[in-house]
Design a protein around this ligand. Structure first.
Ligand code: C2E
Ligand code: CA
Ligand code: CA
Ligand code: CA
Length: 278
């Protein structure tokens, strides 16, 4: 910007300083979000694609900011990871999701319902996290086997995480590798983590009915999963055509706007009491 005259440089600097002020404000507000009761969970159904039976839900975080309105997780989780606020937030998410599951499992015919919770790599690296996580699950009164922790493949997942996951897996907690296929070294994570489920990223589901490469990738992921005995959940199913294509390839479980958007707890309760019941 140096050569474009002093006026432009000033404008640029002003915008940049606004942005950093904005981030500073967000940072400090984020550190109070839990105690100010500004966080909410939405629950997206995970269903059997052939029968539409609801197998469980994925808990998805929202920040109800008093001025900004509902802030989506992609807009604040990276910041929360940077500041460490994700530790307190992640504890709240896990406890809240487990408590909600305990309530839903008491509904008629819902005792085996599952709950998927997203974990950030930062959370995994806290000392004592395995014992702590197990304590939160047990305090909520749910069985570890009904909880699935979703981990996004990430270069920062290191070997110390393997120990965490192995301890929790030993206690019955399930693990899913989230957004499978969109990052690198995903197959090596399968060797290091006790993962039971792959979640096919919606990028491939989105393209599979139009592009042969995406269809081929989905087919390859299903073949890998099958040969090493992993379950698969396809994400981002938006059309009946995508659902049919996945079923034709032998994919049994899915998630997406076609099957159900992320719901409030009241909406999900209504769904569990009414349609979708088997
Ligand atoms: P994700 O784990 O891959 O979650 C799936 C995202 O896809 C969600 O976005 C969901 O609302 C959206 N989605 C579901 N079905 C469809 C569909 O049919 N079409 C399209 N286009 N999108 C669909 P959301 O809720 O905005 O979450 C974004 C990401 O934020 C999540 O991606 C996850 O990585 C992260 N996240 C959400 N909640 C938490 C949390 O409690 N802790 C952590 N660490 N991360 C979270
Ligand atoms: Ca997820
Ligand atoms: Ca995902
Ligand atoms: Ca994602």
């Amino acid at each position: 910007a140096k050569n474009r005259g002093p006026g432009l440089v000033e404008v640029f600097d002003e915008a940049a300083s606004h942005r950093s002020l904005d981030r500073l404000a967000l940072r400090s507000e984020l550190s109070h979000a839990v105690e100010r009761d500004q966080l909410r969970l939405r629950y997206q159904p995970i269903v059997n694609l052939a029968t539409s039976e609801i197998l469980g839900f994925e808990a998805l975080l929202r920040w109800h900011h008093p001025v900004r309105g509902v802030v989506p997780p992609d807009d604040f989780i990276p910041l929360a990871e940077e500041t460490g606020a994700i530790i307190g937030i992640g504890d709240w998410v896990l406890a809240q999701a487990c408590r909600q599951l305990a309530v839903w499992q008491r509904l008629p015919g819902r005792s085996r319902l599952g709950m998927n919770v997203n974990l950030s790599a930062t959370q995994l690296q806290q000392p004592g996290v395995a014992v702590h996580t197990l304590g939160v699950i047990k305090d909520a009164g749910v069985s570890p086997g009904d909880i699935c922790l979703e981990i996004t493949e990430h270069s920062s997942i290191r070997t110390d995480v393997t120990e965490f996951a192995t301890t929790l897996r030993g206690a019955g907690v399930n693990f899913a590798l989230d957004d499978f296929g969109i990052s690198y070294s995903n197959l090596s994570h399968l060797k290091r983590l006790p993962v039971g489920t792959l979640k096919i990223d919606r990028l491939f589901v989105d393209g599979m009915t139009a592009k042969d490469t995406d269809l081929g990738i989905v087919r390859a992921i299903l073949a890998i999963a099958d040969s090493i005995g992993l379950a698969v959940v396809a994400e981002g199913i938006e059309t009946a055509e995508q659902r049919a294509a996945l079923l034709a390839l032998g994919c049994e479980r899915g998630q997406g706007y076609l099957l159900g958007p992320p719901l409030s707890d009241e909406e999900a309760t209504a769904l569990l009491l009414g349609a979708g019941r088997r």
